[in-house]
Design a protein around this ligand. Structure first.
Ligand code: 4AD
Ligand code: MG
Length: 477
């Protein structure tokens, strides 16, 4: 008999027929009630075992974590909180799980402990919910851009360019195969790179994306991105996923409209498709918040916060206006910021970003027109000669979720900027070609996918929203 997913069983419109379910035991109560989960939904199906007619030997093997197959009748449940249950006629243990050794005990584990068991933490309610939400969100990303006629582009992962000019790259070297270049002493010569030139893992697909936008009009990338920054924060990963749309003929305002519309679409999508998982995550967050001091608790519950983003425009504020606000602000009675901004031109720290979003405007904020010298080389210089058409989107509880800009489309201005920053023109000859042949105004942005998943799930550490986090602390898997 073919098994039916627990989700479909719980959504059944008929009962009293024979069904088969396969999954993992979450708990086994009173030698009688199995809470069975198969990952299709946050909900377990209760399977009622006829313990009097089941050998003791088998009952002992129904332990948390064991894989089982149950066949029986789907009936309406008398128990609270569940519509249906399975009256088990036949039970087969597919894979035993030693109850004493299985790390995912049926109790609350710390997130740190779970991180060390990333291969098993997905068997908990919280992580299975997060991973389903993450999956739906990725589909929403594609759905949004595909509906709008954007072309999905796969930009190279091994590349010679440092798109952000930040120098935070992982270098790629040839593996020590037999033909690997060796030094005279016979050691692998890691200086000789894969393509006979220095290559690294991509920090952004933007530059390649721009070349495609200048032919296909509207494109987006969605792929793994690598930053060798040794930052042990709850917002940074060494390997993360980034979504980068790039659109020909869009200026900065169009870019802001696109980013806002896109974020609202994907949040609406996940609210529609994952109500049970989000409800569960909301409950989880409420429990977490209870132990926090009152002042640190979030004012809104998760679903309210997500709906708030849908229903309110993002506040658009220039860098210069933001600096004026920050200069006059004291985040709390006792203390100013750790890093006090006195001068126009200083880069904002995350404490300033969070202040603007969480305390001052109390809604998502788009900051634009940043000083040229704190932003990347490719951004369009404004008429004032000192600011660029950059935009960062700041979210409550997250800080920066999007970074983007209108691009410098003027060949001479771009070359001059590169010269001033010591960026080799020869290296980026192909990028400069876009400005040499049929250049046009164009804009794009990058959204850090995990930061979006953080916001939607209400989790607070970025390591908890990616299956296998790559950080200086988590290189286990
Ligand atoms: O602001 P960033 O560095 O911008 C770019 O890479 C541009 N090339 C994007 C573009 O215009 N096409 O990165 C974009 C976003 C950030 O706003 C943040 O959400 C995320 O990527 N991000 C990270 N997420 C997790 N871990 C890290 N180490 C991240 N670095 C950036
Ligand atoms: Mg940025």
């Amino acid at each position: 008999m073919k098994h039916t997913k627990v989700k479909d069983l719980l959504n059944s419109t008929t009962t009293l027929h024979e069904v088969n379910a396969k999954g993992w035991v979450r708990t086994f109560r009173n030698n009688q009630f199995i809470a069975l989960n198969d990952g299709s939904t946050i909900n377990n199906i209760q399977c009622v075992v006829d313990f009097e007619n089941t050998p003791d030997e088998t009952l002992k093997r129904i332990t948390t974590g064991a894989a089982v197959s149950v066949t029986g009748t789907l009936v309406e449940s008398k128990g609270a909180g569940q519509k249906y249950e399975i009256q088990v006629a036949e039970l087969e243990i597919l894979g035993d799980s030693d109850a004493e050794k299985f790390p995912m005990q049926p109790k609350k584990h710390s997130l740190e402990f779970l991180r060390e068991n990333a291969h098993l933490r997905v068997r908990t309610n919280a992580f299975s919910a997060i991973m389903r939400v993450r999956s739906v969100l990725s589909f929403a990303v594609h759905s949004y851009f595909q509906e709008k006629g954007f072309v999905y582009v796969n930009t190279p992962i091994i590349t010679g360019s440092d798109a952000e000019g930040a120098g935070e790259m992982f270098k790629v070297t040839a593996l020590p195969f037999d033909n690997t270049p060796r030094t005279e002493e016979g050691k692998v010569n890691y200086k000789e790179d894969f393509f006979g030139k220095e290559t690294n893992l991509t920090v952004s697909g933007q530059l390649e994306g721009e070349t495609f936008a200048m032919a296909l009009g509207q494109i987006y990338t969605f792929g793994p991105t690598f930053r060798a920054e040794n930052s042990n924060t709850s917002r940074h990963l060494a390997e993360f996923w980034m979504i980068e749309p790039e659109v020909a003929f869009n200026d900065l305002n169009d870019n802001m409209d696109l980013a806002e519309d896109f974020i609202q679409y994907v949040i609406k999508y996940v609210l529609d498709k994952c109500p049970e998982d989000l409800k569960f995550l909301e409950g989880r967050l409420i429990e977490e918040e209870k132990v926090k001091p009152q002042a640190e608790r979030s004012e809104m519950a998760l679903l309210e916060k997500l709906n708030f983003v849908l229903e309110n425009n993002f506040k658009r504020v220039s860098y210069t206006e933001a600096i004026d606000i920050l200069r006059d602000s004291t985040p709390n009675k006792k203390k100013k910021f750790n890093y006090i901004i006195n001068e126009w031109g200083a880069d904002l720290q995350s404490e300033h970003e969070r202040y603007l979003v969480e305390k001052h405007f109390k809604c998502p904020v788009i900051l634009f027109d940043y000083p040229a010298n704190i932003k990347a080389f490719y951004m369009r210089l404004n008429e004032d000669g000192k600011t660029v058409r950059a935009m960062d989107i700041l979210f409550p509880g997250i800080g920066e979720i999007v970074g983007g800009s209108q691009r410098e489309e003027r060949y001479e201005v771009l070359v001059e900027k590169m010269k001033a920053l010591g960026i080799d023109e020869e290296e980026l000859w192909w990028y400069l070609d876009t400005r040499r042949f049929g250049s046009a105004v164009h804009s794009g942005f990058g959204l850090g996918f995990e930061r979006l998943v953080l916001f939607v799930t209400g989790m607070t550490n970025i390591r908890d929203v990616i299956p296998f986090p790559r950080t200086p602390m988590n290189a286990e898997f």
